[in-house]
Design a protein around this ligand. Structure first.
Ligand code: PNW
Length: 581
């Protein structure tokens, strides 16, 4: 096969498997050393090792037709809707009548590797923990979907980028799949995976689309989880650096924006609740609050090490940061308790990873509340973290009201069995007047309400109060899951996504108001997502795409929001590619 160097370990080749291959069955793996074959020093064992990893996942589906890279066909001429129903109007016609975006404003669509590529087992890719979780963990994914096939972007990227070029957005933000390049997370390199990404980057460059690339979007190589528990073990830092440096060295010439990590806050749920019987590290700690903060710790260190290497040693050409999952927390009243609760909520979400903008350390409230649960940062580590981001990247989707707990935060912070520990505040998306804080998204994204004025407040709060050191902020993701979109029997009905269209208009308007009225230096905005994809625990039924994906025919159809966004960027002086329609 396509591994460039042989792995010398025989350990996994010695496994005798007695695994139940059906979805939901608990795999049992017995180690039968007596059945070992003689170790042959010149034999490449990586294919056996890879087969064993995939055996742990179980049978992987493939698309019946699209199994190789497809050349693009001519684009249909798409005209947006609007003859009998207008687009969504701006709520700020006077303030924004002549408002223009600053020159060079970065904008475009987004996606991530596992959520869009499909072709899960093809061309030498190793499994990530998400292959295992989606296949093996009952109730992990609400609609039982997996990332096996999806929109087959792995083979249809040429068509997808041709469409983006016609759309004219100058940037495209996506991620590289670590286990496509290093199927075991480290060790042998998969040449086919590299060739694929070489082609992907070349295709973007051909169209003049600038890639903003995330090196990690939650798809930890399964082999590293098996070996040492993924992000709960310090070994992950070097393995990540080895992979990330390889990718940067190869593509930096063409990549003006690097994200070391997508939302390190994912440690909250990925390492709190992972099913210990299914993800079963042979080394490492089990799920829970310790794992959560250890995961965050090694993620922050890995980010800082890579970013410092990027500028100081590698002398990279681009800018580097990580994407933060952050929502605006509004205190319900101006009482001290509510104000403190909102501050705590912010500390525990974006403050946790705010070191690059402060003294490099964790917020005091985390240290006081978590005690020995929170790893300590040495002086040298703090120095490494401080200043390790070139700009602030905010994935800011929604907003919450926050109030003080009835017993106060302090009692909770001292009591680890309090159900609200460690955040020790109460957050809600129901306003005091009984309405939800904004119109709700699909039930599969129950955390998401449309709150456009929240993003404006948040952009000011981050740059003026929370991290005044931030001089440049990018909204690296925002987007909406139209309620019930998968319920429509007809695509023409589904693509009139009025609530998403309203969300996009409102967010863009408020991002521009933050620039023109509040003087916040917002330098980019990226919409999640280029097309419908795998929404983690909600699967494919919850759709975030600006294009509708018909999973039977693999057709992508632009929705009304796609046109609304393009009209908005045209009206407000957004830059378009020369070939744009
Ligand atoms: C982001 N929240 O995740 C991720 O980067 C994407 O992979 C994901 O598909 C997208 O948003 C939509 O969910 C988030 O609870 C998940 O506030 C949850 C939250 C925010 C972002």
């Amino acid at each position: 096969m396509m591994f460039s160097s042989a792995s010398r370990t025989l350990v996994l080749a010695l496994l005798t498997l007695g695994a139940s291959a059906s979805r939901g069955g608990t795999p049992t793996v017995s180690y039968n050393v007596s059945a070992a074959e003689t170790y042959l020093p010149n034999k490449d064992y990586s294919n056996e090792q890879l087969a064993l990893l995939w055996y742990q996942v179980g049978p992987v589906a493939t698309h019946p037709v699209v199994t190789a890279t497809v050349e693009p066909t001519p684009e249909p001429s798409w005209a947006g809707p609007g003859e009998f129903h207008p687009f969504v109007a701006s709520n700020y016609p006077e303030e924004l009548a002549v408002a223009k975006l600053p020159p060079g404003f970065n904008w475009g669509m987004t996606s991530s590797a596992y959520q869009l590529e499909g072709a899960a087992k093809d061309e030498g890719r190793g499994p990530s923990i998400w292959d295992l979780l989606s296949h093996r963990n009952p109730n992990q994914v609400a609609d039982n979907s997996t990332g096996d096939v999806l929109a087959q972007h792995y083979y249809l990227y040429k068509q997808d980028f041709q469409r983006l070029a016609k759309y004219g957005s100058p940037y495209y933000s996506t991620s590289i799949s670590w286990p496509r390049i290093f199927p075991f997370g480290k060790g042998p390199i998969n040449e086919a995976g590299i060739k694929h990404y070489d082609d992907v980057i070349a295709e973007l460059v051909k169209h003049g689309i600038k890639p903003a690339l995330s090196l990690f979007h939650w798809d930890t190589p399964l082999a590293l989880f098996n070996e040492y528990g993924g992000w709960t073990n310090p070994k992950i830092v070097d393995d990540y650096l080895n992979y990330a440096k390889f990718v940067i060295a190869r593509y930096d010439k063409h990549v003006p924006v690097w994200f070391t990590f997508n939302e390190p806050q994912y440690c909250n749920w990925q390492y709190s609740y992972y099913p210990a019987g299914i993800l079963y590290p042979s080394y490492g700690i089990g799920p829970g609050i310790n794992a959560r903060f250890i995961c965050g710790h090694y993620t922050l260190l890995a980010h800082a090490k890579l970013a410092k290497w990027y500028h100081n040693e590698f002398k990279g050409k681009g800018r580097i940061s990580f994407k933060n999952s952050g929502n605006y927390y509004q205190p319900v009243t101006n009482s001290t308790g509510d104000l403190e609760a909102a501050k705590r909520a912010t500390d525990f979400s974006i403050g946790w990873f705010g070191g690059p903008w402060t003294d490099g350390d964790y917020p005091q409230s985390l240290k006081d509340t978590l005690g020995e649960i929170l790893p300590t940062l040495s002086k040298a580590e703090k120095a490494l973290i401080k200043g390790s981001c070139d700009f602030y990247a905010l994935d800011g989707y929604t907003a919450f009201y926050v109030s003080e707990l009835p017993g106060g935060a302090n009692a909770c912070a001292r009591n680890r069995s309090d159900p609200n520990y460690p955040e020790c505040g109460s957050s809600s998306q129901v306003a005091p007047n009984g309405f939800s804080i904004g119109p709700a998204a699909d039930a599969g994204a129950s955390w998401l309400k449309s709150t456009p004025t929240g993003i404006r407040k948040f952009l000011s709060a981050i740059t003026k109060e929370i991290f005044p050191a931030v001089k440049d902020i990018v909204v690296s993701e925002f987007g909406f899951a139209e309620p019930f979109e998968s319920e429509y029997a007809s695509v023409p009905d589904a693509i009139w996504d009025l609530r998403r269209t309203d969300y996009i208009q409102g967010f863009l308007d408020n991002i521009l108001l933050a620039i023109t009225e509040d003087h916040v230096n917002v330098t980019g905005a990226y919409i999640w997502s280029i097309m419908d994809n795998f929404e983690w625990g909600s699967g494919i039924k919850t759709r975030f795409g600006m294009q509708y994906v018909s999973y039977d025919t693999l057709t992508r159809t632009p929705k009304a929001s796609w046109f609304q966004a393009r009209n908005w960027f045209k009206r407000h002086g957004g830059e378009f590619l020369p070939g744009a329609e």
